[in-house]
Design a protein around this ligand. Sequence first.
Ligand SMILES: [Zn+2]
Length: 419
Amino acid sequence: MSTGKRSFNSHTGEGRSAPHIAIGLAPTEMFASATNEALPRFGRRWYKVSRDLTPKASPLRSDFEIGGHKVPAGQRALVDLHVSKLSNHTPVTLPVHVLHGPRPGPAMFISAAIHGDELNGVEIIRRVLRTLQPGNISGTLLAIPVVNAYGFIGRSRYLPDRRDLNRSFPGSGTGSLAARLANLFLKEVVRRCQVGIDLHTAAVHRVNLPQIRADFARRPRCRELAEAFGAPVVLESPERAGSLRRAARDSGVDVLVYEGGEGLRFDEFAIKAGVDGIAGVMLKTGMLELPDGIELNPSDEMRRPVFANASKWVRAPDGGVFRSVKRIGNAVSEDEPIGVVSNPYEGSEIQVRSPRRGIIVGATTLPIVNMGDALFHIAWADEHARPVISRDADRSAEPLEDKGADAEPEAVMDEDEII
Ligand SMILES: [Zn+2]
């Protein structure tokens, strides 16, 4: 292993103003057999560092214990936590990557596929794990690429018992399958950490602009962590009952929910934003450090997310075929046309307009709509509005067209509830 302080930047070269940089990249020799190409590029925040700091490990740094396994400082391990058996005797586990850094620091988890059909997070974690090695970390990183193995295999958001895992926290060791899996994840992973990032996407046939959702009122530190993540939008939203975020807060853990992309699809923009964001949070918490003599690109410092505390879904005024004239990330003004619902058997068209000035943070990707289907999710910052209030699914399904522009914001699709 290399122990020198050499750092390099093979992608950016000299004289380029916006270097793409990587932190904690594994030594080149790890990749030498896999590819002859230049080292992978992980986004704008990651400085490439070939040093391995394992020799500096404190002899007093204790092992990290999980699921009956001990991971020594400076080591990584893949620990299988037993969940159950399938009906055909196939064991089901909750595999957890443990990267136990040689130096003290916070413990952080990154999790994906709590909803089994949300795949961007799986790829985000793969890239993060490919980049990091424990020697580069202060503290401990727990990475769980697939929490809901059942849904992942079945390409479903849910568990086989048709429960939503993200409505089943804190769960219990003797409850339903969802309750037991939630409880295992909470006890073995979440409660071992001080910080967590839970990776989600929109539901199938919907797409989300990369965004962080957090509750700043109850977890003030989440604001600075969300800023460090650097997604285009931060949407302040209280937790839903039964969600991981809520259970984590009850345990004193600061959790950011990252939303980006679409169910059952990879979205490169959302994947890169997620990898960058995890790097940003690890820098902020001190789990990663910049190499000597290297500072964050000033343009990164200047890139602040848009903070929003209110949002509303615009719904289809009638059934038909929907043509959108806007995309996620677009800014819209009040009453601006954003789409048209037409019908192949009639000549009439109904224009859909934005009820507010804001930014489109979510949208349908399906042109076939029924009356009341959610078309666009528009978020805005409102000093006078209280943060988006979570409501139960029945209330959130009320058509918005019945409400005036000043009606209370609708419940955000927190953790991408299907509404
Ligand atoms: Zn989700």
